[in-house]
Write a protein that binds this ligand. Sequence first.
Ligand code: ATP
Ligand code: MG
Length: 258
Amino acid sequence: MKLLIENWRKFLTEAEGDYFPWLQQLRDDSAKFIEDQQDKGGRVGSGSFRTVIVPEEDKDFVVKILRYGNNDSYMNKVEKLLGDEFPDVFPRVFAHDPDYRWIVMERVQPISTKNDEMLEEALIATMPKLHQFAYDLLSLEDGSPSSDTKPFNMLRYIVMAAAPRLRPTDLPYGDNTRVTDRVTKIQEFGLANEPWFTQLSKAMKRYGVQWVDLAEGNVGVDMKDHTLKIIDASVFSPQSGEKDWNDDINEEMLTEKC
Ligand SMILES: Nc1ncnc2c1ncn2[C@@H]1O[C@H](COP(=O)(O)OP(=O)(O)OP(=O)(O)O)[C@@H](O)[C@H]1O
Ligand SMILES: [Mg+2]
């Protein structure tokens, strides 16, 4: 990581092309750059909105580029802002297109349900006290594991607890008392004891990060310290959250419409 930051410092102070020739290619012709990288096998992921590649020359980064029109650019912009404001929770974004068609983001190891022990380790490394608290709360009466203590199910409780509010439709049909009671306990404990949880909660409120999508495919492990990172901020509207983070984008959209 130290090397990564040093490289970026050099990049900021000296001619970027000398240190990151691939970044210059990306700036000059992003479509060609992505095609070339895909031909070299650099594609690591693709979601509903963005294609993600690892530059062959710098495998510590990913480039996330919009698949469709610029209307989705707020998704890249919000990840840049979140990485700046909450760098323990979201990967840093080191460079971006002026219109946010693409961003260059720190690479992390995505976690899937197939390797969910990686998620358990990340939860322990990131929020040791909250992990223990949630484990005790969600395990069976005799202390043995339950389906709720499985890593992705525990993560679901944690992100629900970090959400500013839960709508009735967010909860399962029927009597939700047990779930809401557990979520409330995790929230109170998390806010009192775990800085990462508090940062996530603030990020969700300020920028409208949706808890529902903070799950498989959208979370990863920071390769430097094995902590949890949110790789897809899951903000689904340029108007969401309580902060005016998208004023300029809104103005651009209004101008386009006129
Ligand atoms: N920083 C990263 N490091 C490594 N892999 C990443 C990173 N960001 C994204 N990916 C990979 O690319 C995939 C797609 O990225 P992402 O989820 O951000 O795109 P999206 O279009 O917003 O997806 P969705 O369909 O979930 O809305 C991820 O599931 C993950 O496998
Ligand atoms: Mg995603």
